[in-house]
Design a protein around this ligand. Structure first.
Ligand SMILES: *[C@@H]1O[C@H](CO)[C@@H](O)[C@H](O)[C@H]1NC(C)=O
Ligand SMILES: *[C@@H]1O[C@H](CO)[C@@H](O)[C@H](O)[C@H]1NC(C)=O
Ligand SMILES: *[C@@H]1O[C@H](CO)[C@@H](O)[C@H](O)[C@H]1NC(C)=O
Length: 342
């Protein structure tokens, strides 16, 4: 949602905050206000008063605008609380099984990777196939949009290469060569200047998407890398490995900052929470662990599953963790991120 006044534009970025855009000495600046505690029963007038007290950028004349935005946000929350999911469409996508699916930020388009060595681009509403990205010589296993921009796609393949494509035309910009085994995970950095790839060759590589060249090789794991992600400012990258550890790297130097040691089997997932203060790791050892992202210390171990953890994630507020396990049960763990207490 976007409302413009003569001076400040207010915009919701995610459902739990407001973004202020303002001009100061000719420069456009932004500032965000978190509304993590907002619920459909929050007293809006009291909340706006509180925000105004803490935020001198919002003048009395703008408080009505803010109130309106928060009320609309509450309406959204109400809709979400009784949201029902239903089957929208079934597409016959590829002649061989799919490996992965990814949506662009607005959800109006999505991509599928397949054992048929292609990645296809689809229009979500109509189900129309927009492009087939052909060129890999083996399974297309890892795929991603450069969200939030959504104009590029990266595909990682068992053919050991990663390719960068234009969403609009389906043209291949670059083929990144250098890994000596299958690529199984990848990610754009948030600025969309780099692609990181993780491989069965035990390394991760960073690639420059402008010139197509390798920037760094992240060496240090002693087994396959199967998961990687950037923090939201793009200066840290974490890699999860079958060597039972997760490594934290400086993205602008390739230097290893921490090794998260504690799991006693292969890592299956590794990711940051919303503000990148915590790292969540899932493992074949049937547990998840939470780590302090700045010092690399373990702050909690989540137990309860009877079999390997296959995937894990935070919700957007960072208050809940969901885990998927080979034991067939998916508990949701409530946890207070302020206290870091599970
Ligand atoms: C949010 O709620 C928690 C408890 O539910 C409370 O401890 C915390 O102070 C609240 N945060 C804000 C910003 O109001
Ligand atoms: C998602 O994809 C559609 C179709 O290519 C495009 O029109 C839209 O702008 C994209 N949205 C984002 C946020 O990338
Ligand atoms: C990314 O990590 C670095 C180092 O821990 C930290 O300084 C930075 O604030 C992090 N970014 C975000 C958005 O948390």
């Amino acid at each position: 949602l976007k409302l413009k006044s003569h001076f400040i534009a207010l915009q919701f970025v995610i459902i739990y905050g407001i973004m202020l855009e303002y001009e100061k000495s000719g420069e456009l600046k932004t500032k965000s206000i978190d509304l993590l505690n907002l619920s459909s029963s929050t007293d809006v007038s009291a909340l706006v008063e509180e925000i105004q007290k803490a935020e001198p950028l919002i003048t009395a004349s703008q408080s009505d605008q803010v109130k309106l935005l928060i009320q609309r946000l509450q309406d959204k929350l109400r809709q979400h609380s009784n949201h029902k999911f239903y089957l929208f469409k079934v597409l016959r996508a590829h002649i061989l099984p799919l490996t992965n699916v990814a949506l662009n930020k607005s959800g109006s388009c999505f991509i599928t990777g397949s054992y048929d060595r292609t990645c296809k681009v689809w229009d979500t509403a109509s189900g129309e196939e927009l492009h087939t990205l052909e060129g890999h010589r083996n399974v297309v296993y890892a795929i991603a949009f450069n969200n939030p921009y959504g104009d590029k796609i990266a595909t990682g393949s068992f053919d050991k290469t990663c390719k960068l494509w234009s969403v609009e035309t389906g043209k291949c910009y670059h083929t990144f060569r250098g890994h000596t085994a299958e690529i199984v995970c990848l990610s754009f950095n948030p600025q969309s200047t780099l692609v990181a790839t993780g491989s069965m060759d035990t390394t991760a590589k960073l690639w420059d998407i402008q010139n197509g060249e390798e920037v760094f090789t992240l060496r240090g794991h002693s087994a396959e890398i199967i998961s990687l992600s950037f923090n939201t400012s793009g200066n840290r990258i974490i890699t999860g490995s079958f060597d039972h550890t997760v490594a934290v790297w400086e993205a602008d130097t390739g230097r290893k900052v921490h090794t998260l040691i504690g799991h006693c089997a292969e890592i299956s997932s590794a990711l940051f929470n919303w503000d990148c203060s915590l790292i969540l790791t899932g493992s074949m050892d049937k547990t998840c662990m939470l780590w302090d992202a700045t010092n690399g210390k373990c702050v909690a171990t989540l137990t309860g599953h009877d079999d390997e953890i296959l995937d894990s994630c935070f919700d957007y507020t960072g208050k809940l963790i969901a885990t998927a396990s080979a034991d067939g049960r998916s508990p949701v763990h409530p946890f207070n991120w302020l206290d870091k207490h599970v």
